[in-house]
Write a protein that binds this ligand. Structure first.
Ligand code: HEC
Ligand code: HEC
Length: 297
């Protein structure tokens, strides 16, 4: 009896020890990767602050996802709390918040490179989705952010939790987008706004963070298992949809069968896209190779 008890204590102890070592290793690796610095040397943007440019910036802010995580007034908000994995909070980016004192080019480096003014990388913000944002669009977006009314609101901080560190250690949680972005300086020119696959591809970058790099669908990284999976957007899944169905889905959150798309899919913001943008997205989605259904993979 005594021997059995000893054995149980030993096995239990070894398990606890292994868990502690794993956690320490995961915590160390994340800390090390966050302590790296990156240098961004894009050419300075030419910033204009005329009403037309600010309107364009507001449109980009509303339709590319910024509003989802930083709020309509830029004051920041809790994006989601995935319990043991991560708590994601979009900070206050008005001139009274974390962006206080940042130059236009520093803001652009945050957005397109995921790199803060001190060279350290952001943790969660999906800068990979914005890395190819054109110079003129970026300049307009930055001018808009800098022109926001200062809001004194502190939404708190993003925190990686223990399981988040462990998932990151095993390459199962794509934190630190700066580590996967090409930081070589280059000019970025957006395609002509027209209902073409090229312009749609440019806009669809805002969809890849959730729907996956090839838009073939995935469970959105870091979100709790109870969150809906972002579906395959290739003709593999949307074969029966028409462009009208797609426009209605983005504008009203309704699928062709009348069911409602979960509001975690930010269709309320995409609803503000204009007809050319929606047509371009559709042309691009239609041009993608059909992905086999999840069940057949
Ligand atoms: C999915 C959520 C999400 C989206 C979309 C998003 N952000 Fe963020 N953003 C964050 C989080 C979280 C942080 C801070 C924590 C981190 O990731 O390091 C942040 C940080 C920032 C910062 C401050 C960086 C610093 O130095 O502290 C700025 C400025 C910013 N975002 C602007 C934008 C703009 C502009 C857009 C749209 C192009 C955008 N964000 C889209 C989540 C998001
Ligand atoms: C913040 C994450 C997120 C972003 C960004 C996002 N989606 Fe989604 N999307 C989802 C989720 C999650 C679902 C599944 C919702 C549900 O099951 O009710 C979804 C569902 C959809 C659907 C319905 C598909 C179906 O089979 O019913 C369409 C269409 C769609 N998204 C298009 C887009 C497009 C186009 C973009 C970019 C402009 C985009 N999404 C960006 C998360 C996102």
């Amino acid at each position: 009896m005594r021997k059995l008890l000893n054995a149980i204590v030993m096995v239990f102890g070894a398990g606890v020890l292994a868990a502690v070592v794993l956690l320490a290793l995961a915590w160390w690796k994340t800390g090390r990767d966050l302590a790296r610095t990156y240098s961004v040397a894009d050419l300075p943007l030419s910033i204009r602050r005329d009403p037309g440019t600010l309107l364009q910036g507001a449109h980009i802010y509303a339709t590319r996802g910024c509003v989802d995580c930083h709020g309509g007034d830029g004051g920041g908000k809790l994006v989601f709390d995935a319990g043991p994995v991560i708590r994601v909070v979009g900070p206050n980016i008005t001139p009274a918040g974390v962006a206080k004192g940042m130059s236009a080019d520093q803001l652009a480096a945050v957005i397109r490179h995921g790199v803060k003014p001190d060279g350290h990388p952001l943790v969660f913000m999906p800068s990979g989705d914005f890395q190819a944002l054109g110079d003129a669009d970026t300049a307009a977006l930055v001018a808009y952010v800098q022109a926001m009314r200062p809001v004194s609101h502190d939404p708190g901080k993003t925190r990686i939790r223990p399981l988040g560190y462990v998932l990151y250690l095993f390459g199962r949680f794509p934190l630190i987008p700066a580590a996967r972005i090409d930081h070589a300086p280059r000019a970025r020119t957006a395609p002509e706004p027209a209902p073409t696959p090229a312009y749609g591809r440019y806009l669809a970058q805002a969809c890849t963070g959730c729907h996956g790099p090839g838009l073939a669908g995935q469970h959105v990284p870091g979100t709790p298992p109870s969150f809906p999976t972002a579906q395959d957007l290739t003709p593999g899944n949307l074969a029966a949809w028409t462009q009208d169905d797609f426009r209605r889905a983005l504008r009203t959150g309704k699928r062709p069968d009348g069911s409602t798309i979960d509001p975690f899919m930010p269709w309320r913001n995409f609803a503000q896209m204009n007809d050319v943008e929606i047509a371009a997205l559709w042309a691009y989605l239609r041009s993608l190779p059909a992905f086999p259904p999840h069940s057949a993979r």
